[in-house]
Design a protein around this ligand. Structure first.
Ligand code: ADE
Length: 222
C-alpha cells in the first residue's frame, strides 16, 4: 500500500510513522508513506496556500490551485483508489472502514487546516471524507496519522501472528476481553484461575463471555 499525505505541516507526521509497527511495515516493504508539503505548490514566493473566504467571516480557506496541482502531480505517477479528505464533517472512522481501506493499493490523504478547503476541491477530487471523532482538531494531520496507522496494521504480515489483528476489539463488533501478564497476583488482585488452568477450551469460552459482558456494559450500541 502507498499512502501519499498532502499537508502544510509535514513535520507533525514524521514521528508517528518513524517508530514501532508502522516503521517496520515500511522497512519490510508492506507500505510506503510519502509526505507532500503543500507549500511546494504555493501560488507565490511567500508560500501562500490559503486566502480569505468569499462572503467574509473569520478563518482562512485552503485554496484550490495548490491542492489541485499537488494532486495532479501525484496522479501523473499512478492511479489512486481513494482521495481522502480529513474533516470533522466526514464519515466517522470505524473498524469496518479501516478494514476496507487496508485493501486499497494507492491512497492520497489531504489534511485540512484553518476553515477547511475550498468546496470545489471536495467536488472535483475528493472521493472520501473521514472524521476520526465528533470533536475538532487544529488540523487534519493527527487524523491522517490515525487513519494511516489503522489501515497499515491490518495489511497481512505487518503484525506478527502473536498480535493478529483478527482478535482486536471491534473486529467482530465486540470489545476485547481483559488481558493479564505476570505476576499472578498484584496488590491483592489475582489473575482469573481459568487463565492459569492450561485448559484452552475453557479459556476461549471465558474470553468470549468477558468480551460479550464488556461490550454490553460499555458499548451496548455495538
Ligand atoms: N480535522 C479537524 N477535526 C477533525 C476530525 N475530528 N476528524 C478528522 N479531521 C479533522
Amino acid at each position: 500500500m502507498r499512502v501519499d499525505i498532502i499537508t502544510v505541516q509535514p513535520a507533525l507526521l514524521e514521528s508517528p510513522f518513524n517508530h514501532s509497527m508502522i516503521k517496520r511495515a515500511q522497512d519490510k516493504g508492506f507500505a510506503t508513506i510519502n509526505l507532500i508539503n503543500l507549500r511546494d505548490y504555493a501560488i507565490n514566493a511567500h508560500g501562500q496556500i490559503d486566502d480569505y473566504q468569499y462572503g467574509g467571516g473569520a478563518g482562512m480557506v485552503m485554496m484550490c490551485e495548490p491542492i489541485a496541482n499537488a494532486i495532479e502531480a501525484l496522479k501523473k505517477e499512478r492511479t489512486y483508489d481513494e482521495i481522502i479528505y480529513t474533516s470533522p464533517d466526514g464519515e466517522l472512522l470505524d473498524q469496518p472502514m479501516a478494514n476496507a481501506l487496508s485493501l486499497k493499493e494507492n491512497i492520497i490523504i489531504l489534511c485540512g487546516h484553518y476553515k477547511g478547503i475550498d468546496e470545489r476541491i471536495r467536488q472535483l477530487y475528493v472521493t472520501k471524507e473521514i472524521s476520526i471523532g465528533n470533536y475538532v482538531l487544529t488540523g487534519g494531520e493527527l487524523a491522517a496519522a490515525i487513519i494511516t496507522d489503522c489501515m497499515i496494521r491490518l495489511i497481512p504480515g505487518v503484525l506478527g501472528n502473536e498480535e493478529s489483528a483478527l482478535t482486536d476489539s471491534f473486529q467482530d463488533d465486540l470489545l476485547a476481553p481483559p488481558v493479564y501478564t505476570r505476576p499472578a497476583e498484584f496488590q491483592g488482585l489475582k489473575v482469573p484461575d481459568v487463565l492459569l488452568s492450561g485448559n484452552f477450551k475453557n479459556i476461549e469460552i471465558w474470553r468470549q463471555e468477558q468480551a460479550e459482558a464488556r461490550t454490553k456494559q460499555r458499548r451496548p450500541n455495538l
